[in-house]
Design a protein around this ligand. Structure first.
Ligand code: F6P
Length: 564
């Protein structure tokens, strides 16, 4: 077994700021947010950042000026500024895969070169962007059409993980901007139900399949892609040549794309320095460009670029992703809060929590640091959530009154999208926003025993009735949250929002000294599935696994051909 070499320089939890934060955490455990607000009218002034269309209010967190200053020291101690610069300048910070990490180059509208191994990657990025633009324009003008000349009506993106969640989330978020009469579908699961239910609704003459896979070897994607190809060929009764009219590939793997039967002219390339969960800005975003038009896709990229400039240049105390990350570290490592909820008050952002789940959990769900040492502190939190107000009627009970502490981000938009002239929808929007404002206030303030008693007394309840119910109605409050209030939901602001979260994850990875850009933890299950698949197809009973797995597999094999 390889020796684990200790590199104390990098062990962040042995630093002075870490020790100081541990001390501050003892006091913070008894901090009352309600009291902090009542005693300091300038709390909001101290703890918010305005950036373009964004108001980031972090005042409803269990922090004070000492804590936040110490968190900045922790970031400095970790060499954050230099390490951010390393990412932007193409240093191979993905150390386990010896790769640069350059999703920021994909949305770089500056003029400076970005070098990987002394090679400027910007011309290639611009070439592919131009190819996406031309393809998108020709697709919309029907210059690119199906094998018998019919205009495309449906796009099916076949991909999984980062090759699915990003484009799916963005297309849902920006569907107000969609090209009329165009539908986009996302097929990811290897469960045949996913592709079969999608194919049922499609016309083979007017459907474009986008096979999105960085590696072009992912089992789920290649299985679904083959099924789509067989479906198209069997329905259209055409030749292999017509496949190129209905199938395009987004990948880094030219050989596999060709072997699948897709003409390289129909391949939109990207590069190994684009991580899967950071890839929606690359060719993986083709479905976005087709669905909302190239100009809107470019706006999305420009919004991310705005965030990149902010992140790269702004001081820590005005830097939204840095502050988001440090508050997350504070909860994870010092206040023992293991989960983080994302609650967008926007139905359009309903897929954002799932996207952020992969972004954050696949990046920082690590127990070995960059020096191959076991980490001695908590790393990535559990990320979860769903859109408000729906979530108020499902899991909010637990956030408000359970024994757990949960930190959360609340996200909302000032303007109602596209329905400005119809007053009914303005009423909807103000009801939505009143809940957005109310929930963070309620989580922070809570409701005390004396407030409940007075309220019940006002309602004419007797002392006995009050005593019977009052403890069930107490809200402890003190539940922390960030509020991100954005003027409009448009491509640019969405790009900024997503990039803020990407950078938050990077900052946390830097402080925890883990590599956020690999994902070895997904390998074992894949390997075992590779062993089990032939066992499912054979006639023999299985006995090579543990007794649980053997019996589960054998139950399947015994029953697979009977249905009684
Ligand atoms: O789940 C592992 C993973 O590698 C993700 O990181 C990635 O987004 C996904 O699989 C899909 O990979 P690919 O784009 O190569 O098909």
């Amino acid at each position: 077994m390889q020796l684990r070499v200790k590199c104390t320089m990098e062990v962040i939890n042995k630093t002075a700021p870490w020790a100081q934060l541990l001390k501050l955490a003892d006091d913070a455990k008894t901090m009352s947010l309600r009291h902090e607000f009542e005693s300091d009218q300038s709390r909001f002034d101290k703890f918010h950042v305005l950036f373009k269309d964004f108001l980031f209010d972090y005042s409803k967190n269990l922090i004070n000026e000492n804590i936040i200053e110490e968190l900045y020291s922790l970031a400095s101690e970790a060499g954050l500024k230099d390490k951010i610069e390393q990412m932007f300048t193409g240093i191979k910070i993905n150390n386990t895969e010896h790769r640069a990490v350059l999703h920021t180059a994909l949305r770089n509208f500056g003029t400076e070169p970005v070098l990987v191994d002394n090679f400027n990657v910007m011309p290639e990025i611009k070439r592919i962007l131009e190819k996406i633009k031309i393809f998108t324009d020709k697709f919309h003008s029907a210059e690119i059409s199906g094998f018998n000349g019919k205009k495309f009506t449906d796009i099916v993106n076949i991909g999984i993980g980062g090759s699915d969640l990003g484009p799916a989330m963005v297309c849902e978020a920006l569907k107000h901007y969609a090209i009329p009469d165009l539908k986009v579908h996302f097929v990811s699961n290897v469960d045949g139900a996913h592709i079969s239910e999608t194919l049922k609704r499609l016309n083979y003459e007017t459907t474009l399949f986008i096979i999105a896979s960085k590696t072009f070897t992912t089992q789920e994607t290649m299985t679904n892609a083959q099924t789509a190809k067989n479906w198209f060929l069997s329905h259209s009764n055409t030749s292999q040549d017509d496949i190129s009219k209905h199938f395009v590939a987004l990948s880094t793997n030219k050989d596999a794309v060709q072997r699948f039967g897709i003409n390289l002219e129909n391949m939109f390339e990207f590069w190994d320095w684009v991580g899967g969960r950071y890839s929606l800005w690359s060719a993986i975003g083709l479905s976005i460009s087709l669905f909302i038009g190239y100009n809107n896709f470019e706006e999305l990229l420009k919004g991310a670029y705005d965030a990149d400039i902010h992140f790269r240049n702004e001081q820590f105390n005005h830097n939204i992703p840095v502050i988001m990350a440090l508050i997350g570290i504070w909860y994870r490592n010092f206040l023992d809060i293991p989960t983080y909820a994302i609650i967008p008050y926007s139905q359009y952002l309903s897929k954002l929590p799932e996207f952020l789940q992969q972004l954050d959990m696949e990046s920082n769900g690590k127990c070995t640091d960059k020096n191959s040492l076991s980490v001695e502190y908590q790393t990535g939190p559990v990320i979860w959530g769903s859109a408000g107000t729906n979530s108020q009627h499902s899991f909010f009970q637990l956030i408000h009154q359970s024994t757990q502490k949960i930190a959360s981000d609340f996200i909302a938009f000032v303007h109602n999208l596209g329905n400005e002239n119809f007053s009914d929808f303005i009423d909807h929007h103000e009801k939505l926003l009143s809940n957005f404002f109310a929930q963070t206030e309620a989580l922070m303030r809570g409701k005390t025993e004396s407030e409940i008693t007075a309220e019940l007394r006002n309602q004419g309840k007797s002392d006995d009735e009050i005593n019977e119910i009052k403890y069930h109605k107490i809200f402890a409050g003190n539940k922390p949250s960030n509020s991100i209030l954005i003027k409009n939901l448009n491509p640019r602001n969405l790009g900024t929002l997503i990039a803020f979260y990407e950078h938050k994850v990077l900052v946390q990875g830097i402080i925890w000294n883990v590599n956020p850009f690999d994902q070895w933890g997904v390998e074992l299950g894949k390997q075992l599935a590779g062993i089990i698949l032939p066992e499912l197809k054979s006639d023999n009973k299985v006995n090579s696994h543990d007794c649980s797995t053997n019996n589960l597999i054998n139950f399947y094999k015994t029953n697979k051909n009977t249905n009684d």
